[in-house]
Structures are given as structure tokens and as C-alpha cells.
Write a new protein. Structure first.
Length: 307
């Protein structure tokens, strides 16, 4: 239904009306048929007196719109523009908010909010899909190579197959509480938090040396994408962009369609307000070690950052 090879023009032609978008969103929300959000009854009356259809439960009379309970809830932006934004973010290169505002013809603030809400949905997808099997975890960093104080510490984890090739990848910022500010390296607790939160914990190997050869190209690809598409990302919103990158990458590794999965998660993820999306969060602001520095951990030396 949503072939990834469509051009933007062909996609826009296919979803050129609110009705076409509403029908696709209905299928994404209820792939097995409508279920009332209150009583789970499967039958409804269709009300077409508003811009978007309302579905009234035949049992309890609860009314819901096609965007209720989705990231689009409460938005006055046309569904055609939401769908165009989803399509553009599903492309391998993604899109910046400034470019998105030009393409779908909305203000920069609206484009930023749409893109940020879509990334929020992709973060929910990431949380629901832990790394499994044989997992390798390595510390890396993101930032300007020549200035260590501008670098952000990260952990990259990959599920590896029998040929040592990645089948799934996650890249995460450590919580500032898991960083040793005096020695300026990620504590063992930070690595363990990654293992606990993002893997099934079955067969995890934590790097004590050179970055795994299968993960090294991914590090440089995400760095190039962040710098080329967005001219760099600060610590506050970096995690959302990392999750977006990994969402597309993991579907590519699985040879799965990107847009249909993106639409699904946008359809089942409740919205966040602008206030929630822009609220401050703790970020690491201390300078970071130069590449190649070492710190003791369990009697062995762990290289923190590798080129």
C-alpha cells in the first residue's frame, strides 16, 4: 500500500485529499477493524459533518476522531501535510525542519513541531524493540573531532548475526548521573543501564578496546547525517535524532518498508504538547576527554573514544 520507492510527487498525488489520508490512518490505527476506545465494541456510526470523520460506538455512543490518540491529536494542520512530512522523514536522508517548512508550506514552528512529534513516535518504536541475541556495546562520541569539549558521549549497541554483521542497532546518550565528571568517562553503571534498558540481557559483550568493525561505519554515517542534514544537533534533542536514524537503519537491515511502519507508530502513539516537547532535561555540559584516553575499569584498561 505504501511502496517506499515512490517519489514525493507520486506520494502527494496518491494522498492528495483529507479523505485519502483519513482512510489510510484508519487502517493504520485499526488494522484488524475498528474497536471503540472505551468499550472495545467493533461497530460504529460514521459521522461526516466535520473536516475529519467521527466514529460513534454503536454500544456506548463514545465518539472518536481518526486522529484521537495519535500524535496528530489536537492539530489543525491538514492531514495531507502530516502525511507529506511522514513520507519525507521516512526517506533515507530525512529532512530538516527548515526544509520541511518550505516543502509542505507551513511555518518553521509548525514544521519543527510536526517533525518532533513524529520523532517522538519513533522513540516509542525504539523502546518497544530491544536488542536481542548476541549484542555488542561500544562507547563512541558525537561532535567536532578537534574540540573534545564539544563532543557528546554515546553508547552504540548492535545485535550481531553469525557473520558478525549488525541486524539491529541502538545509539543512546548516557544519563548524566552515569558519567564520572572527574575522570570524564562513562561509568560502568551507565553501560549497565544501557544493557538493562535496551537489550534482552542474554548475550551482551561490552567493548574494552577498539570499536567493533561492523559498528564503526554506522558511527560515521550517523555523524555525517546529523552534520549534513541539520548542521549539527545539540545535546538536548540529540536522542530523538539518533532514534530516528536507527529506526530507518533497522528497517533497512530487515528489508522492511519504512513508511508503513512509521505511519503505524504515528497512529498508535499519543500526542505530546509543545510544552512537553520543549521542556528542559539534564544534559552533560562538562568537557570531554580527547580521543584515545584510557581509564581503569575492573583492573583492565577501557579505551573510551575511538576514531
Amino acid at each position: 500500500m505504501f511502496p517506499d520507492h515512490l517519489t514525493f510527487e507520486a506520494f502527494s498525488q496518491q494522498f492528495n485529499s483529507e479523505q485519502a489520508c483519513a482512510e489510510a490512518l484508519f487502517e493504520a490505527r485499526w488494522p484488524d477493524g475498528f474497536r471503540c476506545l472505551t468499550c472495545r465494541h467493533p461497530h460504529f456510526y460514521l459521522i461526516l459533518t466535520r473536516r475529519l470523520p467521527l466514529y460513534e460506538c454503536c454500544s456506548c455512543r463514545h465518539q472518536t476522531s481518526v486522529i484521537a490518540g495519535t500524535i496528530m491529536e489536537g492539530s489543525s494542520t491538514l492531514l495531507t501535510r502530516w502525511f507529506q512530512a511522514m513520507f519525507l522523514i521516512s526517506r533515507p536522508s530525512g529532512i530538516s525542519a527548515s526544509r520541511l517548512s518550505q516543502v509542505i508550506q507551513v511555518t518553521y514552528k509548525t514544521a519543527w513541531l510536526i517533525a518532533r512529534k513524529i520523532r517522538h513516535a519513533l522513540q516509542q518504536a525504539d523502546e518497544a524493540d530491544p536488542l536481542t541475541g548476541v549484542v555488542r556495546v561500544d562507547p563512541i562520541s558525537y561532535g567536532y573531532t578537534y574540540y573534545s569539549e564539544a563532543q557528546q558521549p554515546l553508547l552504540i549497541g548492535g545485535s550481531l548475526d553469525e557473520r558478525d554483521e549488525p541486524q539491529q542497532v541502538k545509539i543512546k546518550q548516557p544519563d548524566p548521573s552515569h558519567v564520572n565528571n572527574a575522570l570524564r568517562w562513562i561509568e560502568k553503571s551507565g553501560v549497565q543501564a544501557f544493557v538493562n534498558d535496551h537489550t534482552d540481557g542474554e548475550a551482551v559483550t561490552v567493548s574494552r578496546g577498539k570499536l567493533h568493525p561492523a559498528l564503526n561505519p554506522i558511527k560515521w554515517k550517523v555523524t555525517a547525517w546529523l552534520n549534513n542534514t541539520f548542521q549539527g544537533i545539540g545535546a538536548k534533542h540529540l536522542q530523538a535524532y539518533l532514534d530516528e536514524f536507527c529506526f530507518r537503519l533497522n528497517l533497512k537491515l530487515r528489508h522492511a518498508p519504512v513508511f508503513s511502519q512509521l505511519l503505524h507508530w504515528c497512529a498508535v502513539t499519543p500526542t505530546l504538547t509543545y510544552k512537553d516537547l520543549t521542556r528542559s532535561k539534564p544534559v552533560l555540559t562538562v568537557p570531554w576527554v580527547v580521543w584515545g584516553s584510557k581509564a581503569k575499569w575492573k583492573g583492565k584498561y577501557l579505551t573510551l573514544w575511538n576514531a
